[in-house]
Design a protein. Structure first.
Ligand code: ATP
Ligand code: MG
Ligand code: MG
Ligand code: MG
Length: 463
């Protein structure tokens, strides 16, 4: 007999249907004449109730083994539930306990644990209601991303994880090494020679697949990457990980306007799809984590995002009726407190800020006619701040080369990037969306470590 997932039974199961379910016990309550067992298999937030009658073979011994955390398979038929709280339940004919679980030492007790406590239980925390809901939403979000781009004819390209360049120029690189740690080559000064790292050349874990995505866009027009990205962020914020997932579309024959339109349509699509696919989980977040989750989703789907220039953003921040920790000044980058003020307090919806000063943005962004700003755009979300960073790319060879030099970057090493401007160059644009930040935004989860199964931060890389 094939197993049925609990989510299917809860949504569509009908009385008299024969089922096999496999999962883990959440609770067992023995009353007079019956025992109620709540089973969860990860497919749904709610548990499926199995009601064991006391005339079931070996009733007492069996019920004793059905402790919290134990793994079981149950065959039986569905019956309409008499009790409150569920529509349907299982009348079992066969119950098999696979692995028992000692209720005295099982770390997940039937109470609410703090997220910090659960982070120390990375191997078990996915069995809790909240983390279960997070990872289902995360899954729905990834399939919505692929669906969005596939429906629009974008090609999913796989860009390398080991690269030679620091695309963002932010110096947050992890070196990849083939050096013998016991006997590394030394510089004449006696220090370890890291320039010899990767079979004699320097190499790093990628901070962004953008430059390679640009290569692919120059052949396929519309492409996207969706994969892991690494940044040596030596800080402990609730929005930065050392390993995170990024979605990066890149479009040829596209300008900043088209880029902003795509980013907005994209976020709307993700929210809409997740609400449709995970209504119970989203309801749960709204009840238990952040009471603005559903209103926020509604706001995203139904309202246009605000669009302002960086210069206007600075003017709004200067007029703000509150003090900021970091200075507000034309030419300085926006800090998360500024970004949150704009999205959360001032406009109360996502804000797209465009045309940032060239001095605070990467070399590849297209220089505007004012010679001071570049065609960049960041999407700022309430509670989170920046969730998307994007731009129109510099497609003019002479200006690009000047910008590379102004940024003290090696012109020769970027020969292939310059070639793309030499042979069939075209206006093109794209953006990077931090996948975990979107999941955070959508679920209302306060800390980015709780929306990825295995967070990598300076403090945590256990598994
Ligand atoms: P921030 O200003 O928050 O550090 P950034 O400007 O350095 O972000 P970008 O280089 O623009 O980031 O990367 C694109 C997107 O990737 C960001 O908008 C953000 O959503 C996400 N992102 C960047 N760094 C991290 C990180 N360390 N952990 C998780 N997501 C990140
Ligand atoms: Mg950063
Ligand atoms: Mg930023
Ligand atoms: Mg950015």
């Amino acid at each position: 007999m094939n197993k049925t997932r609990i989510v299917q039974i809860l949504r569509h199961g009908q009385p008299d249907e024969a089922v096999l379910i496999q999962g883990w016990v959440r609770t067992t309550r023995a009353l007079k004449g019956f025992a109620f067992v709540e089973l969860n298999d990860g497919s749904a937030l709610a548990n499926l109730q199995v009601v064991i009658n006391e005339d079931f073979p070996d009733y007492e011994a069996l019920v004793k083994r059905l402790t919290i955390g134990s793994s079981v398979a149950v065959e039986g038929v569905l019956v309409a539930s008499q009790g409150k709280g569920q529509r349907i339940e299982v009348n079992p004919s066969k119950i098999q306990v696979f692995g028992e679980s000692d209720p005295e030492t099982y770390p997940l007790q039937k109470k609410r644990h703090s997220f910090e406590f659960l982070r120390g239980l990375g191997h078990l925390r996915s069995r809790t209601n909240t983390l279960g809901a997070v990872f289902r939403v995360r899954n729905a979000c990834s399939s919505a991303i692929h669906q969005f781009f596939q429906e629009r004819g974008f090609l999913w390209v796989h860009t390398p994880l080991i690269t030679a360049s620091d695309c963002e120029g932010a110096g947050e690189l992890f070196s990849v090494t083939t050096l013998d740690p016991k006997n590394p080559p030394k510089t004449p000064q006696g220090e370890i020679d890291y320039s010899q790292d990767f079979f004699g050349k320097p190499a790093y874990l990628t901070v962004s697949g953008q430059l390679e995505a640009e290569i692919m866009a120059m052949a396929f027009s519309d492409v996207y990457t969706f994969g892991p990205t690494f940044r040596a962020e030596n800080s402990n914020t609730s929005r930065h990980l050392a390993e995170f997932w990024m979605v990066e579309p890149e479009m040829a024959f596209c300008d900043l306007q088209g880029n902003m339109d795509l980013a907005e349509a994209f976020l709307k699509h993700i929210f809409k799809t997740v609400l449709e696919q995970c209504p119970e989980d989203m309801e749960f977040f709204n009840q238990r984590i952040d009471q603005t989750v559903l209103a926020t989703a509604d706001n995203i789907i139904n309202n246009q995002f605000e669009r302002i220039s960086y210069t206007e953003a600075i003017a709004f921040l200067e007029k703000a009726d509150r003090k900021f920790e970091y200075p507000v000044e034309w030419g300085l980058d926006l800090q998360s407190e500024h970004e949150r003020y704009l999205a959360e307090e001032l406009f109360k919806k996502p804000v797209i800020v465009r045309d940032y000063p060239k001095g605070i943005k990467a070399f590849y962004m297209r220089l505007n006619d004012d010679n001071q700003t570049v065609a960049a755009m960041d999407v700022l979300a309430p509670k989170i701040g920046e969730i998307i960073g994007g731009s129109q790319r510099e497609e003019r060879l002479d200006i690009l080369e000047q910008r590379i030099q102004d940024n003290q970057m090696p012109l020769e090493e970027l020969w292939w990037y310059r070639d793309l401007r030499r042979y069939g160059t075209v206006p093109h644009a794209g953006f990077g969306l931090g996948f975990e930040r979107v999941v955070q935004f959508m679920t209302g989860m306060g800390n980015i470590r709780d929306v990825i199964p295995f967070p990598r931060t300076p403090m945590n890389a256990e598994f």
